[in-house]
Design a protein around this ligand. Sequence first.
Ligand SMILES: Nc1ncnc2c1ncn2[C@@H]1O[C@H](COP(=O)(O)OP(=O)(O)OP(=O)(O)O)[C@@H](O)[C@H]1O
Ligand SMILES: [Mg+2]
Length: 467
Amino acid sequence: MIALTLAEVAAAVDGRLVAADPAVTVTGTVEFDSRKVAPGALFVAFPGEKVDGHDYAAGAMESGAVAVLGTREVPGVPMVLVDDALTAMGRLARAVVDRLPGLTVVGLTGSSGKTTTKDLIGQLTVRLGTTVAPPGSFNNELGHPYTALQAGPDTRYLVLEKGSRGVGHVRYLCEIVPPRISVVLNVGTSHIGEFGSQETIALAKGELVEALPSDGLAVLNADDPRVDAMASRTSARVVRYGEAPDADVRAEDVTLDDRGRASYTLVTPEGSAPVRLGLTGRHQVSNTLAAAAVARELGMPLAELATALGELGLVSTRRMDVFDRPDGVTVIDDSYNANPASMSAALKALATLGRGRRTVAVLGYMAELGPFERDGHAEVGQLAAELGVDRLLVVGEPAAPIHEGATAVANWGGESVLLTDQAAAVEVLRGELRPGDVVLVKGSRYRTWEVADALRADATSENGATA
Ligand SMILES: Nc1ncnc2c1ncn2[C@@H]1O[C@H](COP(=O)(O)OP(=O)(O)OP(=O)(O)O)[C@@H](O)[C@H]1O
Ligand SMILES: [Mg+2]
């Protein structure tokens, strides 16, 4: 963060100083986990249901915090008192980015691939200047300002993921940190249970381009009609990326190698260049084009861009993380999250990597599909069978329609089993896996993590995700 006096902090968050010297300066970070507090920090105390941050206020001061931002007084602790700590964090983030005129904010949203593409953009912008784009999602009312508050006077690029579970969410996140470049990746069906329809999802994601100033830039996926249509919702300039022949930044002649890594010809208004990705999955063509469109806009020359795209790696864990075990089994750990679109992308990657090998898919429940829950799962099972997956392990009763969807496919040569929990899946895998097998592990968050971790033992990651 930039250095701010407590008087400035109080003014930014509409707070009141209690037992605090207004001239004292916050020189460190803003933290809501007291274990992360270092000298000069501002500690934010949230009144939680189980844990109340105010109980940690004194400890944070002992660790070197200069004050505590919270909603009630703590005796002996200098406080910035506010009505709502979350709103205050948002306001403070806004005050900080407003004081950084040299900062370019890149915001991105979409149903699948926000974190992946945020990490890609961050790996490109860091070649152009100091970048804040930390691993992980940080895409909600808390993570968003927390990330933005890491920007300081030296930061040139702040790359932020904007999550959305309803109309108005992205708009609010854009009020906290207004983007100059807005990237919309896709409109799928994740969280459709809360949204109701894909049209509403498109309405909500499009708030990201509505928030742009007229001298900003909208980077839109030309291959997704609902995203392409968002061009009419902004006064900013629009750059379209994709494989559509009329896209401004596009991929031509896409091929996949036997590890599921794509090569393509990157075509831009400045010319074209060959790109060879080290990332796994056909869907990375789209993600890397989005990142390329941003880097190009920020001034990266085409030749450097093509090279940089080839050097992109994984940053956040459990997303298309491919590794080979010493026993010759290849694992695709895509266990971070799952929705029908990302299941489809992952199953296709499994099919590509598994050509000539035995393929195993360990698939768990996809959360938040609402009324589409049954069909969404059944279609994933059907696709797995149609792609010729040899062995399907469906984990947990709620995911049962995956099993049913697969077994309903006539002439499928593979075999599916519905298992009660992750431990049962690990047991089956330990008994069945042979050298040469390729295993995909995927589900919504913790529902398949243990399986991936069990398979990870004794293995090294190919793409090297770190967090
Ligand atoms: N363009 C894409 N199309 C489909 N699936 C994708 C795409 N990009 C990434 N994925 C897959 O989607 C899953 C989630 O990826 P990622 O974490 O990047 O998305 P996210 O949008 O940040 O998700 P969340 O909403 O949980 O934060 C992973 O399995 C990843 O491999
Ligand atoms: Mg994310």
